[in-house]
Design a protein around this ligand. Structure first.
Ligand code: C2E
Ligand code: MG
Ligand code: MG
Ligand code: MG
Length: 293
């Protein structure tokens, strides 16, 4: 019976592994169709200047609702896209869609709407596709300049292919784009690489920001990242800013930008533009009131 028991366990394991593989395959099939039919969407989350509160950019985040109406998190479908190679068409779509949205905002604002868009790039996508020509195409298709874009990459992209990534990063910089190191502090950062690569922005991972006010170790890490960034001439963005206290503390520590639910959750494109325009009128009203005092 001991033996039967362990056989049963192996079978249960095999069944669940099989079920998982089947689930992944089903997801891959419907994700492929969603990309072809352009059924993915981008949501846009504001990134604010911590000193002034002004929105300086938005991060574009992929969203997918399948035909059954089930909403998937990018944390679930990006890995499937990476394993299946679908990350290449998905990544191309994201750059084109972000450029289309930004050009639309400019039209509605009657000129340059004054914000940048940040688009995420995965390590596997960077290995498999030439991103600079993809961005260049999107810029010319939508009549935009490269300085309107930030590309976010993770430490794993550098670890996996330091030479290839260096070339890609310089090509993106040549187009005028900015480069951000996403989720900084969670990967295997090689600080020598960090210094050699043309990175403009360090995004401090949310895990260091959440609960920071009650955790001296987290504050120490955040301070260290901020002074590293300053020494290397990089700007900083804190992820996961969920409270006013956090935004004030981060501003006092010298962090440049904040992103998080305290400002807004990721929004649909039209809601994001409305949020931007509204934030400016209310800021103008506030300063007009202040100047009459
Ligand atoms: P990320 O690039 O670090 O993006 C920030 C994530 O944190 C987003 O999750 C955002 O909704 C979430 N977030 C923002 N503010 C807060 C906050 O105050 N509190 C909390 N708890 N969360 C906050 P999301 O949209 O689920 O995306 C997850 C990850 O999926 C992204 O992390 C990014 O790595 C990846 N991803 C999303 N879209 C794309 C894409 O188009 N291409 C690639 N390659 N990756 C993408
Ligand atoms: Mg990101
Ligand atoms: Mg991030
Ligand atoms: Mg993150």
């Amino acid at each position: 019976t001991k033996r039967a028991k362990s056989t049963g366990r192996v079978e249960a394991y095999q069944n669940s592994a099989f079920a998982l593989a089947r689930e992944q395959f089903a997801m891959e099939t419907s994700l492929r169709r969603a990309i072809e039919d352009r059924h993915l969407r981008l949501n846009y989350q504001p990134i604010c200047d911590l000193a002034t509160g002004a929105i300086t950019s938005f991060e574009a985040l992929s969203r997918w609702t399948d035909e059954q109406g089930q909403e998937f998190s990018p944390c679930d479908f990006i890995p499937v896209a990476e394993e299946s190679g679908l990350i290449v068409p998905l990544g191309r779509w994201a750059i084109d869609e972000a450029a289309r949205t930004l050009a639309g905002w400019d039209r509605l604002a009657g000129g340059n709407c004054g914000v940048q868009l940040a688009v995420n790039l995965s390590a596997i996508q960077l290995q498999r596709d030439a991103i600079a020509p993809v961005l260049q195409q999107a810029l010319s298709d939508h009549g935009l300049t490269g300085d309107r874009f930030t590309l976010e990459l993770t430490e794993s992209a550098i670890v996996s292919d330091p030479d290839g990534i260096t070339e890609t990063m310089h090509a993106l910089k040549a187009l005028g784009a900015r480069l951000a190191m996403d989720d900084f502090g969670t990967g295997y950062s090689n600080l020598a690489h960090l210094q050699k690569l043309p990175i403009d922005i360090l995004k401090i991972d949310r895990s260091f920001i959440t609960g920071m006010l009650a955790d001296r170790d987290k504050v120490a890490i955040v301070r260290a990242i901020l002074s590293l960034a300053q020494a290397l001439g990089m700007r900083t963005t804190a992820e996961g800013v969920e409270t006013v206290e956090l935004s004030q503390t981060l501003a006092a520590l010298g962090c440049n930008h904040g992103q998080g639910y305290i400002y807004a959750r990721p929004l649909e494109a039209d809601a994001a533009l409305a949020f931007l325009l509204h934030s400016r009128t209310s800021a103008a009203t506030t300063s007009a009131i202040a100047s009459t005092r």
